[in-house]
Structures are given as structure tokens and as C-alpha cells.
Design a protein around this ligand. Structure first.
Ligand SMILES: CC(C)(COP(=O)(O)OP(=O)(O)OC[C@H]1O[C@@H](n2cnc3c(N)ncnc32)[C@H](O)[C@@H]1OP(=O)(O)O)[C@@H](O)C(=O)NCCC(=O)NCCS
Length: 205
């Protein structure tokens, strides 16, 4: 089995950041991150008042299979033992479905620095390689920033009670907006980084 890739990037503000798939050993890290999350961010992420994560939820959130349940986390390379900056995941709607529901969480202190974009673009690259062509987000109506961002990426919008269902095509159409063009360019960069990483392992074998 290949070791999980550790992809390294630099955020727009120069902060070095690494990404890798979530593994069961990330349980404590995930819990610590959740405990650092503001009430508002918890509500926007879980669409309800979630004040703690149960053992069963932690099991679920860390038991990815890389095919139907994919989750990647970011690491702060200057503080490798810290919970990291955020997590993105998608879960296929059903066996062999080409639609997967995604979620994103970035810690409050580091929101607005491009981490969410990097996570979502990584999710999209993995989705593309696993025959998922729609990433579906359930987003609270009050989360206007998230809604307008996903719409800039070309998401279609349906209403469901108090939430919106936003379906992003994978890959987004780069001609939709400058955000979509930037996103697609980032996907290409991530794709190249994964390829390079895999090549490195093959050379070592
Ligand atoms: C939503 C969330 C994941 C975004 O992550 P982030 O790292 O803050 O986002 P980024 O810095 O990558 O920016 C993503 C987009 O939002 C825009 N954005 C960032 N900060 C913004 C702000 N304060 N106001 C408006 N737009 C903003 C960016 O411009 C970018 O859009 P663009 O690419 O078209 O320019 C993060 O804020 C979060 O965890 N929120 C709480 C949980 C949540 O709402 N999850 C989503 C439901 S699953």
C-alpha cells in the first residue's frame, strides 16, 4: 500500500501548507480542531447546533476508504503537532454514484487565506479521478459567502427548507468566472503535485 502523499503548497500570503488524506490516527487532531472551532463555524459546517463530536462521529469522520469517502486535512508545517488548518471531505451518495456530498471546515483564525479553496480543489481532483462529476454542498442560506463562492464556481442551486443544495460541476468550467479559472488552474497544480509524488515512490521501488 502506498504511503499517503504529503502535498506541499504555499498560500497567497506565503504560509507553507501541506495536505494529506485523513487516517484513523487523526482522531485526536480532528477533535482538537473541532474544539477550536467557533460556534458559528460549527453551525455552518454541521447545519445545526453541534457542540461536541461523539465517539461514533469521530469513527465515521476518520474511517475514509479513498473511494466512496475521501477526506484530506491541511497541516501547518511550522507546527506539525497542531490540529492543522482545516479539513475537506466528500462522501459518494451511493455505490457508484457520480455525485458526492462535500463539506469544508477551516479554523476561524485562518479563514480567508485560500485554505478552503485549496481543500475544495484537492477534493475536486480526487473526485475527477474516481468518476465523481458533481460535488454537492448543503449550505445554510445564511452562509452567503460560501453560497456566492460556489456560485462563482458555476454551482447550480436548489432550495431545500432552510438550506441550499449547490452542485458544482467537476471540473468547473474555467470560463464561468475568474474564480473558476483560478480554481481550475489550482486543480492542475494539485494534479501535477500528486503525479510528481507518485513518480517519486515508483522511482524508490
Ligand atoms: C467556508 C470556508 C470553508 C471557506 O474557507 P476559507 O479558507 O475561509 O476560504 P478561502 O480563503 O479559500 O476563500 C474561498 C472563497 O471565499 C471568498 N472569501 C474568503 N473570505 C471571505 C470573506 N470574509 N467574505 C466574503 N468572501 C470571502 C474568497 O474570495 C474565495 O472566493 P474566490 O476564490 O472567488 O475569491 C470557511 O470559511 C469555513 O470553514 N467556514 C465555516 C464552516 C462552513 O461554512 N463550511 C461550509 C459548509 S460545508
Amino acid at each position: 500500500v502506498s504511503p499517503p502523499p504529503l502535498l506541499q503548497f504555499t498560500l497567497r500570503d506565503g504560509t507553507p501548507i501541506a495536505l494529506r488524506p485523513i487516517v484513523p490516527a487523526d482522531r485526536d487532531r480532528l477533535l482538537e480542531g473541532f474544539e477550536h472551532l467557533s460556534e458559528t463555524s460549527r453551525r455552518l459546517r454541521f447545519l445545526g447546533s453541534v457542540t461536541s463530536l461523539s465517539e461514533a462521529q469521530l469513527d465515521y469522520l476518520t474511517s475514509t476508504d479513498g473511494i466512496d469517502h475521501v477526506a484530506w486535512g491541511t497541516l501547518d508545517l511550522s507546527a506539525p503537532d497542531a490540529p492543522g488548518f482545516g479539513v475537506g471531505r466528500w462522501i459518494r451518495l451511493g455505490p457508484e454514484s457520480r455525485i458526492a456530498e462535500f463539506s469544508l471546515t477551516v479554523l476561524d483564525d485562518v479563514q480567508g487565506h485560500g485554505i478552503g479553496q485549496l481543500l475544495l480543489a484537492t477534493l475536486a481532483v480526487i473526485a475527477e479521478s474516481l468518476d465523481v462529476d458533481v460535488l454537492r454542498g448543503y449550505v445554510g442560506r445564511e452562509n452567503t459567502r460560501m453560497v456566492s463562492w460556489l456560485q462563482r464556481l458555476g454551482a447550480s442551486t436548489q432550495e431545500e427548507d432552510t438550506d441550499l443544495i449547490l452542485d458544482i460541476p467537476v471540473p468547473p468550467d474555467a470560463t464561468t468566472s475568474s474564480s473558476a479559472a483560478e480554481f481550475v488552474a489550482l486543480m492542475e497544480e494539485i494534479h501535477a503535485a500528486i503525479r510528481e509524488q507518485r513518480q517519486g515512490w515508483d522511482d524508490e521501488l
